[in-house]
Ligand binder design. Sequence first.
Ligand SMILES: Cc1ncc(COP(=O)(O)O)c(C=O)c1O
Length: 390
Amino acid sequence: VWVTDSWASWVAGTLDGIRDAGRWRAPRELDARGPQGRLADWPVISFASNDYLGLTAHPALSAAAHEALDRWGAGSGSARLVTGARPVHTDLEAALARWKGTDRAVLFPTGFAANLGALSTIGRPGVTLLSDELNHASLIDGCRLARASGAAAEVVAHADVDAFAAAARRACSDGQRVAIVTDVAFSMDGDVAPLSDLAKVAAEHGALLVLDEAHAVPGLHTSTELPADAAAAIAAAGGAVLRVGTLSKTLGSLGGFVATDHAFADLLVNAARSYIFTTASTPADSAAALAALRLLGSDAGSELVATLRRHLDRLMPGHPSPIVPVVLGDEERAVAASAALLERGLLVPAIRPPTVPVGSSRLRVTLSAAHTDAQVDQLLEGLAAIGWRP
Ligand SMILES: Cc1ncc(COP(=O)(O)O)c(C=O)c1O
């Protein structure tokens, strides 16, 4: 006998631990197209999605996806480098690069895979990654992979430019190559990284700036945009910029990408394991994202951003992202508030430790251009009923 206990009892014990900690979770089915739907037969308006511009249910995306399905079928059949590459992937990458103002973009199956691919690729001995303490799980796991390949990775205090500068200085004086890794808009707080200051730190240290732009909605707030001359200044100092994004939020589809220069793009294609050893995105998902980009470049796209801005200003004037945290403190309070809102037909999730620090449990409200003014009225009434006002 090699083990003292069976796997079955280990699993049961681990699950008991999760249950005892009050952290048990299971998916709840939301039968919906857009914000309005039914949650286990209870009619709800969702303020929980990352579909910021309401594009998941936009007819232009559905039509493009249908056309791609008819032309290329449901799946791509293999990895991009084998036989999975379709013209729609190439077109999408070109459109993403134009959107981000970079030479190239490399498509991954998800944003999570894009972060793993980018950070594991740069993770080599002689590299130090400096990662904001509130970064998304995919950046954290990317740093772990980088560390496993011989890089050093340090967690830096949230949005603390001086701490990033000091850590970069230390690493450089030890002869290390530096990468500064940060979310642009943070997924649980909805605040924004000090982008222009971090870009200066990157330029001063010839660093690589890795930006996860998953929750940044272009045009919503200037603070989520890298200053126009920043990338050139970083490149002139021997650094570079990787802009990681997802197709699953603002673009209403599924997939991830890294937008960057030609050389880095070639490196990702040849070294990022989450690009090489995975099946290419479905043609339908890619076609939908391409349709979303076309829409964003039109007046209709600007109108969607303006609608989102208007909704957001009713909750938190001038807030830079569509994520509005309503911090309530202890876990029970957040769970009770979420339940009270659900009673009123408002789906607003409670976010608790370990996702956020102990004592900062909250409601995470996300707004979408797909919400109507009347739905935002209802949300404001619900929040007022639990004691929160703008
Ligand atoms: C900041 C951030 N980066 C990356 C991701 C992963 O993107 P995807 O859902 O496309 O895997 C998410 C969330 O899903 C996120 O919030």
